[in-house]
Write a protein that binds this ligand. Structure first.
Ligand SMILES: Nc1ncnc2c1ncn2[C@@H]1O[C@H](COP(=O)(O)OP(=O)(O)OP(=O)(O)O)[C@@H](O)[C@H]1O
Ligand SMILES: [Mg+2]
Length: 388
């Protein structure tokens, strides 16, 4: 099952681009489902069709679903949540606060992932498109499987058999409720699903597409998301630059056009993935005819499902006391390269070509001390890590 996730800063056109992509895939004869994971659903608005918590047919082969997060969580997570809140309550935590505390971090992201898991085990759809929430939440969503497993292992790392024996004793001594069989069942099943979801997200059939606009603040957030997605090992295969002004015969807008062109230049320097642009329409892009038009502009004769690139160009790892950042840069040689760190950014220049990279937190303010080039990859060594 091909899965494509769309994310980007708030308001840049994620839902619009996701909807247009889904339309084109369905037109090509694939059964495609678009799931909206954003609590502020706008899929209905985009298609101008009422969409509900179960898949609704929008056009031939095209379905949409807007998840009711609260409802799904009660269904899948209810048992576990009740147990955790009982645990807090037993420690004298106030009722309402216990309920709140029982919501684990990233909790509300779980529902859409569980759906993805469900559909991957069925034959109802060929392609799933996730219209995600803005980048910050999407990063949380994508780190959720790993994080939840970490929590579960620590919270519930108890052997079941032991639990059966110790439960009555432990409860009377420690005055702490022990998880019941139902809770353990829920946890086990969730644990298995999360592992499978992680495998699914990292598989070659899953790619992430970033949507942005040619504006400073948007680019920054998109660069950041791109770096982190690479670090998490996800495959970002396409960047869509939306709302690009066409040639304009107008002083005011002409200036804007120049500004946009400058930012498009920066975008080209910041991402090592294929990029496509979509023009600024003279009105909101809603309804099937306009979305079809946009999809045509975006993909033309190409298959929108194709994996545009399967490279994960950036890697960061530790070697002894140093962090090494490696970035794939074919066609250059070490001699020509200049590397400079500036706060959150790393600037790599060679001849008349430049690449700006958003650094992850651990490398902020760290000086690059050495660079070496091998196998078409530039490896940059950063100053020694201080362990204190
Ligand atoms: N290329 C475009 N030209 C003109 N209008 C556009 C374009 N792309 C998107 N829009 C309009 O901009 C508005 C916001 O788009 P959309 O809802 O797709 O953004 P989003 O990134 O999903 O927002 P959110 O972060 O709120 O989910 C919509 O009204 C949409 O029709
Ligand atoms: Mg949206």
């Amino acid at each position: 099952m091909r899965t494509i996730l769309f994310t980007g800063k708030g308001g840049v056109g994620k839902t619009t681009i996701a909807a247009a992509t889904g339309l084109k895939i369905a037109e090509n004869g694939k059964r495609c489902l678009i799931i909206s994971t954003d609590p502020a659903h706008s899929l209905s608005d985009s298609f101008d069709v009422k969409i509900g918590p179960d898949p609704v047919e929008i056009a031939k082969n095209l379905y949409g679903q807007e998840i009711d997060v609260q409802f799904e969580l009660e269904r899948y997570w209810g048992e576990i949540k009740n147990y955790i809140s009982a645990l807090f309550r037993s420690q004298g935590v106030d009722d309402i606060i216990a309920e709140e505390l029982a919501i684990l971090p990233g909790f509300d992201e779980l529902a859409s992932l569980l759906y993805l898991h469900k559909y991957s085990g069925e034959d109802e759809f060929d392609t799933i498109i996730l219209d995600c929430a803005p980048t910050g939440e999407t990063l949380r969503l994508l780190s959720f499987p790993e994080m939840a497993r970490w929590y579960m292992e620590r919270f519930f790392g108890l052997e079941r058999k032991i639990l059966k024996i110790v439960r009555p004793v432990a409860e009377s001594i420690a005055r702490v409720p022990m998880p019941t069989d139902e809770v353990m069942d829920s946890i086990e099943s969730l644990y298995t699903k999360l592992s499978e979801i992680k495998t699914l997200l990292e598989s070659e059939e899953t790619t992430i597409r970033l949507v942005c606009t040619p504006e400073k603040m948007v680019i920054k957030e998109t660069q950041r998301a791109y770096t982190y997605l690479n670090l998490f090992g996800y495959n970002v295969d396409l960047l869509v630059v939306n709302r690009v002004f066409p040639e304009l015969d107008n002083d005011f807008l002409g200036k804007w056009k120049e500004i946009q062109q400058r930012y498009i230049g920066i975008i080209e320097e910041s991402f090592s993935i294929p990029m496509k642009t979509v023009r600024f329409y003279s009105r909101e892009v809603v309804g099937i005819p306009l979305l079809t038009n946009l999809a045509e502009e975006l993909y033309g004769d190409e298959d929108p499902e194709k994996v545009y690139t399967s490279e994960k160009p950036i890697r960061i790892y530790r070697e002894g006391k140093h962090h090494i950042l490696s970035i794939r840069l074919p066609f250059i040689s070490r001699e020509e390269v200049d590397v400079m760190a500036r706060g959150e950014e790393l600037i790599i220049t060679t001849g008349n070509w430049k690449r700006i990279l958003y650094l992850p937190h651990v490398l902020w303010g760290k000086e690059p001390v050495k660079a070496r080039y091998r196998d078409e990859t530039l490896e940059i060594k950063f100053e020694e890590i201080r362990e204190d």
